[in-house]
Ligand binder design. Sequence first.
Ligand code: FES
Length: 296
Amino acid sequence: MTTGTILATAVPIIVVLGAVVAFVSLRRRDATGLGHLSRETRQRDEQALSAVGASTAEPDGSGAFGISAQAQALERAVAAERQPAPVAAAPPELPEDWAPPPPSEVGVTRRQFLNRSSTLLMATGLGTFSAAMLAFLWPRPTGGFGSKIKIGTVAAVDEAIASSTPAENFSYFSEAQSYLQPYPTDAATLSNAETTYGGAVLDGMRMGYVALWQVCPHLGCKVPVCGSSQWFECPCHGSKYNRVGEKKSGPAPRGMDRFPVTIEGGSVYIDTGTVSQGPAIGTDTTGQGLEGPHCA
Ligand code: FES
């Protein structure tokens, strides 16, 4: 048998034997438990067990402890030490008697706030209502539309009428929202006027003036002057009126409405606070015909 053969047989046998020895050693250590307690540790455990020995004695009274009984006693002792000490319940605190704070600390109470707010609201409402009533009853201011308006001196008014262009003999005064038109004062024309007009409007015609409100009596458009026809021609629906506001054609229900004209102290006034309805359809006191093409 050669040396190689011996080695090839012995080495596996040695390896197998070593593995068996190691396996048996590990199994024995598993059976006996892991590790070993030191002598000091074992002495402390024995002292602790002696301290609890009386309460954990075996029921047979022998005073001997089994391993499991000792462990159980030790666990109970440790658990007892870990139990928190009972805390005595504190006596309930009774609420203090309530006393209202002094007014200086409270300031404005809710009741006071509501009372003052309602009083303020009522005062505001009454004040507003009173102001509205006063404004309603207050006399209307003079000088504006709705009152008697001074147009100018007679000479100035006549000059304005004479210089009107391109329509001739027309004059517009915006403060009165009116055309102040010359009215023929010959006997025949005035005779015609007296059959149709009356009152302050007729008085103005006798002085040679008629004031026509710019508002169309149909639906309220502002009526402009047509320079070619020398009439008033409404652009909205085509109503047409002659130079003194008498209706010639269109849907308007009557001639242009007018205001009284007076002359006081050499000045001409238009009373825009008194409106007279225009003459009925078909009225033609001046006989002014169409003088050129229509504008509307
Ligand atoms: S508003 Fe002037 S004709 Fe209709």
